[in-house]
Design a protein around this ligand. Structure first.
Ligand code: AMP
Length: 406
């Protein structure tokens, strides 16, 4: 049973929602939840700077659900969450289900890559919360399938990513279809000028909440393995054998590498699935489902496909290729050590990656430990780290990295 002294009740959440977070097994709110929930419950706009892995989904979903239980129902959505990728949309949909079911808050999730017809029917049936990717939502809006005139709470999730992916005009058009009296919550991992500008355009005197990686980063051990480029796939296979157990998420830069690597590992009897934007939605869902269920041990994915994935139990994240944007390093390693778990983030470093590794280390504010795996010594020794400060303390480094970019 809950009482007023429950930490989530202290944030102003009502009994049904406190019970829902208890059922989810959360004992304490995360930093972003402590800051964002009370602010959002007052009805204020909120500008939240937080990564996936910090508990941000609950930070915006819980106050939205609470508000919707207090206002009059309508057929068209009163809560709208816009998020860049299909996978994130599905995850947020599950969160609304978890937190909203006790309060009878119904949601619909729409995203590209699936037929329009069933979504149109769901929209026609009505819902309290609509979770959508921008392109697909705009499509339904233009066809007259969606009505946003009753939106009371608008949430823009991963705003920086939506800008990066070229969704800015879509987002603006969507927002213009919602009432100006709405409450707006905007979350972004980083605050480039484009996001600041968007926030300024769309929000009124927002409460600003800035959080770094927090719990997600605490248990992450990071290491770089220098290796010749041509032997990276063999090294990965070797490491999979060393690790013996636990699920592994491997990032590649391109779809071709993801396909090649998955084929290579499969050929060596590794249980593996691939996830990238070139695959059909059905194949992507299946790969993800099998990985979530533990039916496959290794998921080889490109950046875009895997961004924001929330999968419990990932022991190792491997950067088979260095991410193009140093900020993506932080996103990727955040896929392990979720909640209270610990995990390893392993980066395979070829000589062509040295410059990019330095950019990542500069962002982190320190150097990552280098460790050559016996039998995989590179032909050319990598240069020593720029700052001989010893191993980076992951959590503080990530937090500093995030803050610096503000
Ligand atoms: P998110 O940043 O929203 O992707 O959440 C990351 C993970 O943290 C999800 O698996 C959530 O279920 C979990 N989570 C969210 N809030 C809490 C909390 N207060 N305590 C423990 N885990 C949490």
């Amino acid at each position: 049973m809950t009482d007023d002294r429950h930490p989530f009740a202290d944030l102003g959440l009502d009994e049904a929602l406190v019970a829902a977070v208890e059922r989810a097994g959360y004992r304490e709110p995360t930093e972003i939840q402590r800051e964002a929930i009370p602010a959002a419950l007052t009805g204020r706009d909120v500008l939240g700077m937080a990564q996936t892995g910090t508990g941000k989904t609950a930070a915006f979903t819980l106050p939205m659900v609470q508000r919707l239980t207090q206002t009059t129902q309508s057929k068209s959505p009163r809560g709208l969450v816009v998020t860049p990728t299909r996978e994130l949309a599905q995850q947020i949909g599950s969160a609304v289900l978890t937190y909203g079911s006790a309060s009878s808050v119904e949601s619909v999730v729409i995203h590209g890559g699936t037929p329009l017809g069933p979504e149109r029917e769901e929209l026609a049936f009505g819902c309290d919360v609509l979770v959508a990717t921008p392109g697909r939502l705009l499509d339904h809006l233009k066809r007259g399938n969606a009505d946003l005139s009753n939106v009371e709470v608008l949430i823009l999730d991963e705003a920086d990513r939506m800008l990066d992916m070229g969704f800015i005009d879509d987002v603006k058009e969507i927002v213009a279809s919602t009432p100006s009296s709405r409450q707006t919550l905007l979350f972004s991992a980083t605050m480039p000028n484009g996001v600041r500008w968007l926030a300024h355009e769309l929000m009124t005197d927002p409460a600003e909440v800035q959080i770094g990686f927090e719990t997600a980063a605490e248990g992450i051990r990071q290491v770089l393995h220098p290796v010749d480029w041509s032997r990276k796939h063999e090294l990965l296979y070797h490491l999979l054998g060393e690790w013996a157990e636990g699920q592994v998420l491997v990032f590649t830069r391109t779809r071709d590498t993801a396909t090649y690597l998955a084929d290579f590992l499969r050929g060596r009897d590794v249980s593996v699935a691939g996830l990238h934007g070139g695959k059909h939605q059905e194949q992507r869902d299946k790969a993800l489902r099998r990985f979530r269920e533990g039916a496959v041990r290794v998921l080889v994915a490109t950046n875009v496909a895997a961004r924001g994935l929330d999968i419990r139990g990932i022991r190792h994240v491997v950067n088979f290729d260095i991410p193009e944007d140093p900020r993506d390093y932080v996103h990727r390693v955040g896929r392990t050590a979720r909640g209270d778990d610990t995990g390893d983030a392993v980066t395979l470093m070829a000589s062509s990656d040295w410059v990019e590794i330095r950019a990542i280390e500069r962002l982190l504010g320190g150097s990552i430990e280098r460790r050559v795996v016996p039998g995989f010594e590179p032909d050319v020794d990598p240069p020593p780290p720029e700052e001989e400060t010893g191993e980076v303390r992951p959590a503080s480094a990530l937090r500093r990295g995030i803050r610096r970019r503000g």
